[in-house]
Design a protein. Structure first.
Ligand code: GUN
Length: 301
């Protein structure tokens, strides 16, 4: 095949566009005298990455005109106290949706927390009802990163039908839901999907057969040029903090894809940062707006 120019899938610009659209809808709610969406985030402990993620979510809310609340709990808090906070947020009429930032400290069972969140407020879409509804093609809060990836494909007009898509990583948050979305009879969708994981044999060969390669492993630079088919679309979900003494923060964010060697082979590729990350954040805003719109008291001030 001939050499084609690689195109960058600009998640930052795409997310800005989505925030503008959401901001416009919030202005309309306000103009109609209605209450604006309100997102709450529960942050347990003081994990640096989680602090940054939650701070970004709060900033995004401010930018589009949402209200936001951060609930901070000490890292030594017991599971019962987190569950009590979840129950409180479930019952709080002023909160349209909330998330419990993960990872949680090891002594707290994340699944138990997910099961306790009211599905109508589960804007992360981590709970069984939303995941199940998504599988069935019913209206649901779709997990933010998979939703963001689908938006990125859709808004850039990337054809997916009949393509072989390899999703490397089978997490409940990213790999598993994304593999379902990509295989469903929808647009984007209709891919033939392979899910690869730590026990997959000949992973490199499998990846090299992908028309669309999604890297969601969490190992910086894992995907190298020999694992990529010429002309492939490469989506890098990885955002691992790696030490970098040249930065004031002491780290930089590294994707799962060895960008410099892989990019020249691709038709499209997401950068890290500025690819999937901003789309994940935008997708959470979309879900929160949807949660607000679905509340029965939509006409309340
Ligand atoms: N930790 C990393 N990503 C996410 C996310 O999308 N939601 C929550 N709750 N925690 C996360």
């Amino acid at each position: 095949m001939g050499i084609q120019a690689v195109r960058i899938l600009d998640g930052k610009a795409c997310a800005e566009q989505i925030r503008r659209e959401i901001g416009e809808q919030v202005r309309r709610l306000r103009a109609d005298g209605m209450r604006v969406p309100h997102l709450a985030a529960v942050l347990v402990g003081d994990d640096g990455a989680s602090e940054t993620y939650v701070a970004n979510k709060v900033r995004d809310c401010g930018e589009v005109g949402f209200e936001s609340t951060v609930v901070r709990l000490d890292g030594g808090v017991g599971e019962a106290e987190v569950l009590a906070k979840v129950a409180e947020l479930n019952a709080d009429e002023a909160i349209d949706g909330f998330i419990v930032q993960v990872p949680l400290p090891g002594h707290i069972d994340e699944q138990k927390i997910n099961l306790a969140i009211d599905s109508a407020k589960d804007v992360d879409g981590f709970g069984p009802e939303n995941l199940g509804r998504m599988c069935l093609g019913l209206p649901a809060f779709v997990t933010a990163t998979p939703n963001g990836v689908m938006e990125l494909l859709a808004r850039n007009g990337i054809a997916t039908e009949g393509k072989h898509c390899v999703v490397a990583g089978r997490s409940n948050i990213v790999g598993t839901p994304l593999s379902i979305l990509l295989s469903r009879n929808a647009s984007p969708g209709n891919c033939t999907v392979s899910i690869a994981h730590s026990r997959t044999k000949d992973l490199g060969e499998l990846c090299a057969s992908a028309d669309i390669l999604i890297a969601a492993i969490g190992r910086p630079g894992f995907i190298t040029a020999d694992m990529v088919k010429p002309g492939a679309v490469v989506i890098d979900v990885g955002t691992t903090r790696v030490a970098d003494s040249s930065r004031a923060s002491g780290f930089r964010l590294a994707g799962d894809v060895d960008f410099d060697s892989v990019a020249p082979k691709c038709s499209w590729i997401t950068p890290v940062p500025g690819g999937v990350g901003p789309m994940t954040r935008a997708a959470l805003l979309q879900n929160t707006l949807k949660a607000r719109q679905r509340r029965q008291d939509i006409s309340n001030v």
